[in-house]
Design a protein around this ligand. Sequence first.
Ligand code: IPM
Ligand code: MN
Length: 359
Amino acid sequence: MTTPNNKLKIAVIGGDGTGPEVVDEAVKVLKAVGQLEKIEMQFDYFAIGGDRYLKTGKTVTDEEITQLRGYSSILLGAIGHPDVAPGILEKAILLRLRFEFDQYINLRPVKLFPGVETPLKDKKPEDIDFVVVRENTEDLYTGIGGCMKKGTPDEVATQTAVYTRKGTERCIRWAFEYTRKRNNPKGKMLTLVAKTNVLTFGHDLWQRTFQEIAHEFPDVKTDYNNVDACCMWMVKNPEYYDVIVTTNMFGDIITDLAGMLQGGMGVAAGGNINPEPNGCSMYEPMGGSAPKYTGKNVINPIAAVSAAALLLEQEGYTLAAQRIIKSIMFITGHKMKSQAAGKMGYGTREIGDLLCENL
Ligand code: IPM
Ligand code: MN
């Protein structure tokens, strides 16, 4: 985490579909809170996305990587285009940025805002309020593997899960520090989610590292869940969790489950964080590019605005971040009819205006 500096330089990648629309509202809210909290901000726009790829064949250029390195934060809308085969843009843009900037923490707060519907019967905002810390650079995401005899009955394919001591340790230590800082009044607890009963090498490394680092944080209670059991508990007793730390692939899966518990992709946001002093981090709403809603002023900007709050929190502007979250809670609790696109009772831009007015 960096301390507040004089100017916050933010690179904006609207991306595809409704990405630019939701990012516009996030920028609007950032500017408004910046005025109130006297934070000087600079926004620079990058045309990265599926449209440019279709026109020019470019995903992210080396020059853009160099430029982006000069920013503490990137605000990303959405990547994904109906005319581009799945996997290309995700790998060449989203995953490339995560790896190039060594954004080794994927931070996903799971908070049920007031007035937001959860599919869990009888669960209230105070029951669904936890955070998932997902490792973001290793595991099955390194792209190590291969195949032989492709397309034949004898085909063999491997996809290797890679875990390093360094990668595991830095993620777990950050998760402990985060749990301490979050300081949950119900008690600080970090739960390791893995699959040590089957992944007896890689997840044994995770478990041993977790136990070692736990000694440095005697104030944080620890627990362990197998990932399958975690899915069960998350639905049955979400109030049990404070902070979860987990591997990249499992983190990907359980945060989609968690995202639904907090009201769906219109509200869920995440940060891809490089916590080093000059690190470049990237914040994004978890929903996709929703092509069918593009340009209609109907998409929900709450997730993108939450991503902006996460950005401010990680940059050390805690009060500004809290102002945004409080405004979101007021708007979801008192104004919005639904979190679904087209059913909010307001347009995308009107939600943005309401959020600014209630900071
Ligand atoms: C996510 C997404 C990505 C991931 C995809 C788009 C590569 O699902 O951010 O969770 O798997 O990490
Ligand atoms: Mn995912």
